[in-house]
Design a protein. Sequence first.
Length: 213
Amino acid sequence: MSARFTIADIVPGGILPTDVWHVRTHDGSCSRCRSPIPEDEVPLLLWDEADTNRMLAYCHACTGRGHHDSELEDDDMSRSGYTDEYDSINLWRQAVDRAVAGKRGQAFLRELVAALDALPEPKLIAGGLLDRSGNVCALGAVAKARGLDVPVMEDTEDAEHTAPEMGKMFGIARSMAGEIMCENEDLVSGETPEARWVRIRAWAVRMLREPKP
């Protein structure tokens, strides 16, 4: 179980009178410094208990991205980035939605669909980027299309890539990398590698804005 923190522990000085409340919508700016929050950041979001239409959003720079974030990543998050704590899941889902809808995320989804279509055989593995037979997972398909040098999965230890690592490798937000990893590793009873390819491609197309391939 993670330690519990007060607002002052994660936002220097707590909520200040000068912090800007976002009402009904979030324009992507930090409530404290007013700067746009980078797409690959998971902002700290706080709602007004008395009026849930009012929300504060803080960037990493204004929170110091202190011990709260590091403990959340190390103790609570899985390899794909998800956590068992409800509030953290909400924050992560919001980060995923922003990353997927952004320009960079949409471009990567199109690249993913093209990479899946370019595979010699329409099938995807789980548990790693690449196996000894040359088969790949969803992100592995993009790595293969880009000509990246990725390690062959020899055992389960080789499969322990994390969302931040994959985000850095592919130039996308870690939240989006984690989402793709989670979709790829989703356990569907009786699913074959070919069925996984169909499911992942359909998911990627569904996440795209118009026009869709």
